[in-house]
Design a protein around this ligand. Structure first.
Ligand code: SAM
Length: 420
């Protein structure tokens, strides 16, 4: 049902204290304000608490108003909800909401306006920051053996799929993530033949890897076959039909187990996984990184994403140090990923291959020689650019050799460990 829900938490009210105590007095004023705004009062009931505040509900033909007061804290909560079924009542609701707030003269108001009826897909990047995407329709929702899978239609990104409330990939921005996850390492390899992708059930990374003509086979090990099923049906724009490519071998299983048991060796291993929480967490351990290293062919590399250096600095720093303890060459790189709402960090690790050793021209020549098609992001300049790290990211992933003078205030991304 479309509508508008206005929520307010008022503190430090400087009105006559009686207004927070006298429920019946406020009820009469409130009904009058609502009626004069053009909304329709059906009924009202207020409960007065002895010596305390009051709780009140005004039933509207267009939905409701609720108020709870705490005189001892000079505070109250207020919510006004109108559905826009027969008309757009948003303006009237805002008028009632703002008029009542001004009656209480609060020092501070925490306000929220929720458009009811839209899917507001929020994603938390950490405890205090995140972002949202408005979705028109939900196209499907499944509780798989491992996670909750949901797909939506969005104006900004086209079809989008989420796992356990986190954005995974979308029709319109998937290239940012998949091209950056795969090509910096593959383009730096002289003749990659075998690629292992752990996770990546949407097929996007596999499609990118198979663009390199020397790649004879991509092995995708995805734990959740429902992800593959839904990707095949709804996300051709992401996988480009890769599931019909005979050079792709799909194994439904745990990547951890596969790496422990395989005797094959790979020129590139891509960890295209959810964030290091839930089913994927164990695949970000030093032990697993070590096993990946042993599963690489000589000169091979591991590529993975390790989170946002802005919103998850501790995670990025911890994972970068962990990788540094396993591989000789560890090359973090960053790019902004729209669907993840932040600057994101990825890493190429190897004992021999160094993606930073290539100039933009050399990469452009390789793109041309290999006839890499349909690259919407990756080129020689972006290859060089992503490895150019801002200082605050360097501080996270490569502890400064020479202590830079500490600027005033807390810098983005730098985690001050208590141990220092
Ligand atoms: N990298 C994207 C992101 O961060 O939003 C997600 C890409 S992909 C959809 C993540 C996939 O990893 C999911 O399909 C999930 O089922 C798979 N996955 C998680 N743990 C796994 C494991 N242990 N073995 C294989 N696949 C796993």
């Amino acid at each position: 049902m479309n509508g508008l829900h206005l929520i307010g938490d008022l503190n430090g009210c400087r009105c006559d204290p009686k207004l927070l105590l006298d429920g019946e007095g406020f009820r009469r004023q409130c009904v009058d304000i609502i009626t004069r705004s053009g909304l329709t009062v059906v009924n009202s009931t207020f409960e007065q608490f002895d010596g305390g505040g009051y709780t009140g509900m005004v039933l509207l033909a267009e939905s409701h108003l609720a108020i709870h007061t705490w005189p001892e804290r000079a505070g109250l909560t207020l919510d006004v909800y109108v559905c826009n079924y027969s008309a757009d009542n948003s303006g009237k609701a805002s008028h009632v909401f703002d008029t009542i707030i001004s009656m209480f003269q609060p020092e501070e108001v925490a306000r929220h306006a929720v458009d009811r009826g839209d899917h507001l897909l929020t994603e938390a990047l950490n405890d205090t920051t995140g972002f949202y995407i408005k979705a028109g329709r939900q196209l499907g929702e499944w509780q798989t053996r491992f996670q909750k899978l949901a797909i939506y239609e969005t104006a900004q990104y086209g079809k989008l799929f989420r796992l356990d409330g986190y954005n995974m990939t979308s029709e319109r921005d998937e290239f940012v993530y998949h091209e950056n996850l795969v090509h910096p390492a593959l383009a730096a390899h002289n003749a990659p033949r075998k690629v292992l992708i752990i996770g990546g059930g949407d097929g996007g990374s596999s499609e990118e890897a198979l663009k390199h003509p020397s790649v004879e086979q991509v092995t995708m090990v995805e734990i959740d076959e429902d992800v593959i099923r839904v990707a095949k049906e709804h996300f051709a724009a992401v996988h480009g039909g890769v599931f019909d490519n005979p050079r792709l071998r799909v194994i439904v299983g745990d990547g951890m187990k596969y790496v422990a048991e395989t005797s094959e060796r790979f020129d590139l291993i891509v960890l295209d996984l959810n964030d290091p929480v839930g089913p994927a967490e164990a695949l970000y351990s030093a032990e697993f990184f070590q096993r990946c290293r042993q599963t690489l062919a000589p000169g091979g590399a591991l590529a993975l994403h390790i989170g946002s250096p802005v919103a998850q600095p501790a995670r990025v720093s911890e994972l970068a140090q962990r990788l540094t303890g396993v591989f000789r060459i560890v090359r973090p790189y960053t790019m902004f990923i729209p669907l993840y709402g932040s600057l994101w960090t990825m890493v190429v690790c190897s004992d021999k291959l160094d993606p930073k050793a290539f100039t933009a021209d050399e990469i452009d020549r390789r793109i041309e020689q290999r006839r890499l098609q349909a690259l919407q992001y990756y080129n020689g300049e972006t290859h060089e650019g992503v490895f150019a790290l801002p200082n605050f990211v360097r501080d996270l992933v490569m502890p400064p050799r020479i202590k830079a003078p500490q600027p005033r205030g807390q810098r983005l991304g730098v985690v001050r460990s208590a141990a220092k």
